[in-house]
Design a binder for this molecule. Structure first.
Ligand SMILES: [Zn+2]
Length: 458
């Protein structure tokens, strides 16, 4: 490497590359040019000249974390007490009337604030599953994409949908459902307008009916066909709660995964949120299809839906990523915390030897990349991958004494957050603070939007 690079992250105590060989580089460095990683090495290899250097001495450097399931608009109704003790279905039914008030402006500010929160937790790529599209609410997906571009996070928008309202036997009220033709036309328009197919894409779009209990069978089927034709990915909730088994048997006469397969979704094009309740045989089928799973540990614990069988899914060859989920998920959006909670749940289920910090970090990086169809592009520090990096300080009171293994330290100590979060070679978080100057302005706008959505008279 003879030319000067844009950014050199240098002198790290350890670089956990999460590359194909899972190399861990002592006194390591990462070089980024044009938003892409152009060099990774350890202390024995010469570093390139750089126009900007981030001092990572005493730090663990990891790939930026990947969030595979979220509903960011729900940060407008965080910790809303009337819904805090409900199981999934009553929780949803309490909040739908509030969510029916969202519009372009409230979605834009909620997305901006949500992206900021994710970046502060080390996330560099996030999806969002936005499935509430109230009548007259405007172009909500484009409003989110504008926020992502402004703050600089890598974003996988998903065009969510609901077409089965209470009067048709579904859960949501009439005001937030749309007809199938409108949903499909909007989905295609958004893909054509925003989906970037390049390997270092900052914005991609996937299609995402909310769940089997909120859309018609016909919409599930036609969405899968449209995704095939447009060559984009598919996402939905699946097998989250035992209530869903009962609902599917009564409504469709089969289990959720049978229904999923029947409507043409059993494929490597799809990744699904939660998947807590597949049986043994269904886990094998998920692996055969190549369908990914977004494991949402905090959300599962908060709603009490059960413990996801992550070991069994991975043993069956299923790609498992992590998701912070929406406001059901401890009302927090830290991928660090999701990685730690995944580790705790895994150890509770099958013992401490079965889920170490490296396994949890794998879920948070490479697993997420696979769910989003971006293996080799994100979730690893290797030449040619996107320049997305989290730099974790390992100093201070919480890490005192943790001098043996920086990766175990990251997830066993804490709570913590990265010192720097870098996307495409650009810092979103520096020294633990958001770089953007718009934080106060956006928080004030978020407060106003939250009051309006929650019906607070001020
Ligand atoms: Zn969800």
């Amino acid at each position: 490497m003879t030319e000067e690079v844009d950014l050199l992250i240098a002198g790290a105590e350890l670089v956990a590359t999460m590359d194909d060989r899972r190399r861990e580089l002592r006194n390591g460095w990462v070089a980024i040019a044009g938003g892409v990683i152009v060099g990774v090495g350890d202390g024995r290899m010469p570093t390139p000249a750089a126009s900007r250097v981030v001092d990572a001495r005493g730090c663990l450097v990891t790939p930026g974390l990947v969030n595979t399931h979220h509903h960011i608009y729900q940060n407008l109704t965080r910790a809303y007490r009337p819904a805090t003790s409900g199981t999934l279905f009553p929780w949803l039914q309490t909040l739908y009337p509030l969510w029916s008030r969202i519009d372009e402006e409230s979605v834009h500010v909620s997305a901006w604030v949500g992206f900021a929160e994710l970046a502060l937790g080390g996330c560099t790529t996030t999806m969002d599953h936005l499935y509430v599209h109230p009548r007259g609410g405007g172009d909500l997906i484009s409003a989110e994409i504008m926020a992502a571009r402004d703050i600089g996070i890598r974003f996988h928008a998903t065009r969510g949908s609901m077409s089965l309202s209470e009067k048709d036997g579904g859960l949501p009220p009439d005001s937030v459902v749309q007809d199938d033709d409108t949903i499909l036309a909007e989905s295609e328009r958004l893909v054509l307008a925003h989906h970037d197919r390049s390997p270092h894409a900052m914005v991609q779009v996937a299609l995402a009916p909310c769940s089997p209990f909120s859309v018609t069978r016909d919409l599930m089927r036609r969405t899968a066909e449209l995704a095939e034709r447009l060559d984009v990915r598919l996402h939905t909730h699946l097998a989250e709660d035992p209530d869903e088994d009962v609902f599917c048997m009564e409504t469709f006469g089969c289990r959720p995964l049978e229904y999923f397969e029947d409507v043409g979704w059993g494929s490597s094009r799809a990744w699904v949120a939660h998947c807590v309740h597949p049986n043994d045989e269904e886990i094998v089928r998920l692996g055969q299809w190549g369908t990914g799973v977004a494991h949402c540990p905090s959300s599962n614990l908060m709603l009490g839906v059960g413990l996801c069988r992550v070991h069994e899914l991975r043993e069956a060859g299923v790609a498992v990523g992590l998701g912070c989920d929406g406001s059901s998920s401890t009302d927090s959006a830290s991928l660090w915390m999701e990685a730690r909670n995944a580790m705790l749940i895994g150890r509770t289920r099958r013992g401490p030897a079965t889920m170490g910090a490296r396994d949890a970090l794998e879920l948070a990086t490479r697993g997420g990349a696979a769910c989003l169809g971006r293996t080799g592009q994100i979730g690893e520090l290797s030449v040619g991958a996107c320049g997305d990096v989290a730099v974790w300080g390992l100093d201070g009171v919480i890490f005192a004494g943790a001098i043996n293994d920086p990766i175990e330290a990251l997830l066993r100590c804490g709570p913590t957050a990265p010192r720097h979060t870098i996307v495409a070679g650009r810092s979103l978080v520096e020294d633990g603070r958001l770089v953007s100057h718009r934080v106060d302005e956006m928080l004030a706008a978020h407060r106003r939007a939250a009051e309006r959505v929650q019906g607070v008279i001020s």
